[in-house]
Write a new protein. Sequence first.
Length: 173
Amino acid sequence: MKIKWLTAFLLLLCIAPKVQAQSEFPKGWIFPLEMGGGMVTSFHGADPDLFVATLAFSPQVTVVPGRLRLGLTGGGAFYNKRIYGTGGGRVSLMLSQGPKVLESTVLNIQLVGEYLFGTKNQRLVGGGFATEIGQMATISAKVHRDYAWNSWWFTGSLGIHCFKKKAPKLPEL
């Protein structure tokens, strides 16, 4: 029953009409490469908190221009003295835009959700907030619940957009 209401709510957010043209989340693909760090904890006094380092490549396509992106994410995580692979789905919903400079915004704030599978039976569900700066770089903070290993992942990451589109040529005067 909850999934039905959640789906209806997300559908309403996606089809809400926008009065003005959006320069953020344009049609097409983006290819961010993100590197991050944080900790893995189970919140038990006997278990130590572990450092985690992540590297992820997350191609996404704009489904609703100015509002919603869907994509896949894949990469790896280093914690507990081992390297693990992770991969799964990702959704990004734009919450707000920053100030406009020459008809383009400087940044936007997104709500990011992910469902990831790991190579050692990790099952991570979670998300957080991301800030996209000039459609060139991202800064994010995320929390994931690993319900297979009964732990929490708290991570922050910095990313760059690979394969950036070339800017259109300016008209000559």
